[in-house]
Design a protein around this ligand. Structure first.
Ligand code: SF4
Ligand code: SF4
Length: 353
């Protein structure tokens, strides 16, 4: 598979590296590096403070988190024109390479992966969805994972308060990344099987056996589906007398526990769901490796033997120092630019080719 067989940086393993290492922000500042031109934001540089790319990304992430469910806000705010505006957006917006269910009452856009599952299992070949996905990923890479996806955003905010992070060794990381590949093969394989059965008119029994897994097999484990669709359409207890609703929750209780687990583990392990479990992330990574926009390193400034700041801050645990200087072509890179923001030598560059 793309990430494991072709991604050679991770196959060179440092022998003395333990399976799990805990890295703190203090260590980031302790890593020796050339003291050349430290780039600190200060009051003397107010423009730099305002247009700090890290802050900009947080703002964009929050806007998309609200925007993806903007229709629900519009319903709260009320007003015919506001509702009409969001309904109009819902009609024209294509799918984006994130995870987001269009069935959510507040949704104005859908995740490409979610849409592909539904189209394949409905016996439709998704020309438009696939075409839009390939164009976006081959130009902008997985930047929508880093800047737009609501589940990526939730994990990023969960990890913010904790200064120490757990980083598995390259071998362990590679093994764990395989899980999302297997999940992808199973859920997309099921969708295509159901779709082909529909085309040949033999889907009735299969759909009955698969039940809710027949349309989109990943939905019961999809945190975006659980949060933005199931949680918003559940009967929630609104008084002591209605607490008995909880007895009807069944599977939903397990799904809530899974979402809590994603957030809870995410405090120590940045984006662990994206790195190891998200089948959409695997699909997007497969098409974004040769993306036009990406990351490179300036060999005149980078000091890989004495500095590892970029790797310590990378939420996707990518071995940046082992990539070619010219271009980091990793299916895992989500273009969050954390490495660029933190590099003390200004060695990380955004490339456009
Ligand atoms: S890997 Fe999946 S959950 Fe993570 S940001 Fe990308 S689409 Fe969202
Ligand atoms: S390599 Fe840099 S831009 Fe890519 S995911 Fe890691 S920190 Fe973000």
């Amino acid at each position: 598979m793309v990430e494991d067989s072709e991604w050679s940086e991770d196959t060179e393993v440092e022998e003395d590296e333990s399976d799990l290492e805990e890295v703190s922000d203090e260590e980031v500042s302790e890593v020796p590096h050339e003291p050349e031109a430290p780039r600190r934001l200060s009051l003397e540089n107010p423009i730099g403070m305002i247009f700090n790319v890290r802050m900009l990304r947080r703002v964009v992430q929050l806007l998309f988190l609200l925007g993806i469910n903007a229709y629900i806000l519009a319903m709260w705010i009320g007003g015919e024109q506001v509702l009409a505006f969001w309904e109009g957006i819902r009609d024209i917006l294509p799918t984006l390479p994130v995870i987001a269910p269009l069935e959510a009452p507040g949704a104005v856009l859908a995740g490409t992966f979610d849409t592909l599952q539904r189209e394949f299992s409905g016996g439709i070949f998704p020309f438009f969805t696939l075409g839009a996905m390939i164009i976006i990923l081959t130009v902008l890479g997985r930047s929508s994972c880093g800047w737009v996806c609501p589940i990526g955003t939730i994990q990023d905010f969960a990890t913010l308060p904790k200064r120490s992070k757990v980083r598995p060794s390259p071998n362990t990381e590679n093994e764990l990344r395989r899980i999302k590949t297997y999940i992808f093969v199973i859920v997309m394989g099921l969708a295509i099987w159901v779709g082909i059965s529909r085309i040949f008119g033999t889907a009735e029994d299969l759909v009955r056996i698969l039940g809710p897994f027949a349309t989109a097999a990943f939905d019961p484990f999809n945190p975006a589906f659980i949060i933005f669709y199931e949680a918003t359409t559940q009967f929630w207890p609104y008084s002591l007398e209605t607490l008995w609703f909880i007895t009807q929750w069944g599977l939903f209780l397990g799904q809530i526990a899974f979402v809590i687990l994603i957030v809870g583990v995410g405090i120590w392990v940045p984006r662990w769901f994206c790195r190891w479990l998200c089948p959409a992330g695997w699909l997007y990574g497969a098409f974004s490796r040769e993306a036009l926009v990406g990351i490179g390193r300036n060999p005149a400034r980078c000091t890989p033997d004495t500095c590892s700041v970029c790797e310590v801050v990378c939420p996707m645990n990518i071995r940046i120092r082992r990539s070619p200087y010219k271009a980091l072509r990793s299916p895992e890179c989500i273009l969050c630019l954390e490495c660029k923001s933190h590099c003390p030598n200004g060695a990380i560059v955004l490339r456009f080719s």
